[in-house]
Ligand binder design. Structure first.
Ligand code: C2E
Ligand code: CA
Ligand code: CA
Ligand code: CA
Length: 287
């Protein structure tokens, strides 16, 4: 590269170009993935702590790319969201999740992540109504998970959609609670059924005690105090509180002590393909 300003710019150009090309490639592949049936849903169980029964499963999308192998949703959902492809992908997720859940034992529900662009698209309610009808799944067994991003945009329309879904009997969860800037104001804006406490608070509990945490505070105390506060908030508001990302028996013990109602995480089960989940559900010694 040349040493002048322009040379520096040109030095970065090839890298930028490679990124744009990778992005375009991903976009093209994603556009074909639905037709080629490369998407798959895995299901991660949620456990109620009071009676130690499974209450439902969260549907998590997986992409079996012919060359790249298994692609994480973190690597394609953001782009799908940006270019609007999340609408048809999300529709597939809803239909498939409802179909799968219809074969689970009666009370088990399925939770589906619904992203902001799906709320903008106008057909979300119809899609959900038709997915439920086609699968023969009662609305009460479907739950949608939304993050703050959904409520940040177009507030009145979004709230209207949420209320319509609620009127149908679909339950609504606030996902990744505590990670955004105004989680509390969203709880006031809409009566969620469930609060999902972000995994970062659970993993914070494990951080070693003592100095070295942010601002000299102990990260361990932070995470646990926050979980306790959210569990209390949920109790007062009549909302279920699920701790996400529970990996160790010690985390489970403390989460139970802090009063969360439900848990989800590798300790209970990793997300499983539909077949494996069915086997787990019919096993006599299921968790
Ligand atoms: P999320 O909704 O917060 O989902 C929870 C993520 O935590 C999942 O990652 C899950 O596999 C992971 N996880 C669960 N238990 C544990 C644990 O004990 N330890 C650790 N380290 N991780 C755990 P995954 O499946 O990679 O999904 C990542 C994100 O992609 C999701 O975060 C969600 O935001 C998005 N996503 C996944 N499927 C869909 C979908 O169908 N539609 C939309 N719009 N987004 C989706
Ligand atoms: Ca989620
Ligand atoms: Ca989450
Ligand atoms: Ca997340």
């Amino acid at each position: 590269a040349k040493l002048d300003g322009r040379g520096t710019f040109r030095f970065f150009e090839p890298a930028m170009d490679a990124r744009m090309q990778a992005r375009r490639r991903l976009e093209l592949d994603m556009r074909q993935a639905l037709a080629r049936r490369e998407f798959q849903l895995h299901y991660q169980p949620q456990l109620n702590l009071a009676d130690e029964q499974l209450v439902g499963c969260e549907a998590l999308i997986r992409w079996r790319h012919p060359e790249r192998g298994l692609v994480s949703p973190l690597d394609f959902i953001p782009l799908a969201e940006e270019i609007g492809l999340i609408v048809p992908i999300g529709e597939w997720v809803l239909r498939q999740a409802c179909r799968d859940a219809a074969s689970w034992p009666q009370p088990l529900s399925v939770a589906v992540n619904v992203s902001p662009a799906q709320f903008k698209s106008d057909r979300l309610v119809e899609t959900i109504v038709s997915a439920l009808a086609n699968a023969g799944l009662p609305a009460a067994r479907l739950e949608i998970e939304i993050t703050e991003g959904v409520l940040l945009q177009n507030n009145d329309k979004t709230l209207h959609t949420l209320h319509r879904l609620r009127d149908l009997g679909v339950r609504v969860s606030m996902d990744d609670f505590g990670t955004g800037y105004s989680s509390l104001s969203y709880l006031r804006a809409f009566p969620f059924d469930k609060i999902k406490i972000d995994r970062s608070f659970v993993s914070d509990m494990d951080a070693k005690d003592g100095p070295g945490g942010k601002d000299g505070l102990s990260p361990k105390a932070d995470g646990e105090a926050i979980i306790r506060a959210i569990a209390g908030l949920g109790r007062s508001l009549g909302m279920t509180t699920v701790a996400e990302g529970v990996e160790t028996p010690e985390q489970l013990r403390r989460i139970r002590a802090e009063g969360c109602t439900d848990v989800q995480g590798y300790l209970i089960s990793k997300p499983l393909p539909a077949d494996d989940l069915l086997r787990l559900l019919s096993a006599p010694d299921r968790p």
